[in-house]
Design a protein around this ligand. Structure first.
Ligand code: ADP
Length: 172
């Protein structure tokens, strides 16, 4: 898989699937979640409500992933994943890596060739950005998938530098 790094608002990134750093309720929130729902429009929230009413009555467990329509976003699907809270989730590194692995598994089921990721858990959930970007790069590089391109979307300088450093270290 080709791993690319861009600095952008993820709602402007064209990819088959865009990952949302959601919360377990799936019913919207701040940060990238709010931005995705604003840009995607009501179809995204409607699809999330439908999931809650059917397959996910208790919400989305942290580390898991599920797809919906992308509404008006320049993507075919949004893959929602609920990241661990840095200060509160047990086995947090495992759960954060699970988010990336399960997003790729959902993307494989969908047949998505390209997937854009925000820095999961590095906002309100409090994960130190340099460490969150390293886990993202290492997990994506080590997970077998048919996804051809992962786009790591940095929303700030720290994430951008973290991704580049983690990639450089892997490439030696
Ligand atoms: P979490 O609750 O998983 O920490 P946040 O949305 O608070 O989720 O933050 C996750 C990451 O997404 C942070 O690095 C934040 O800077 C970034 N982010 C926030 N808005 C956007 C956006 N529009 N596009 C891309 N990344 C974003």
């Amino acid at each position: 898989m080709d791993i690319q790094v861009v600095r952008a608002d993820i709602t402007t990134v064209a990819a088959d699937a865009i990952v949302n750093a959601a919360n377990p309720s799936l019913l919207g929130g701040g940060g990238v979640d709010g931005a995705i729902h604003r840009a995607g429009g009501p179809a995204v929230l409607e699809a999330c409500r439908e999931l809650r009413a059917t397959s996910l009555p208790d919400g989305l467990p942290r580390g898991q992933a599920v797809a919906t329509t992308a509404g008006r976003l320049p993507a075919r699907w949004v893959i929602h994943t609920a990241g661990p809270v840095f200060s509160r989730t047990q086995d947090r590194a495992q759960v954060l890596a699970d988010c990336y692995r399960n997003c790729l598994a959902v993307a494989d089921e969908l047949g998505a060739a390209s997937v854009a990721f925000p820095t999961i858990s590095a906002g309100v959930y409090g994960w130190p950005t340099a460490d969150a970007t390293r886990i993202a790069v290492d997990t994506l590089a080590e997970t077998p998938t048919r996804v051809g391109t992962a786009i790591l979307v940095a929303f700030g300088d720290e994430a951008y530098e973290g991704y580049l450093r983690a990639l450089a270290e892997r490439r030696g």
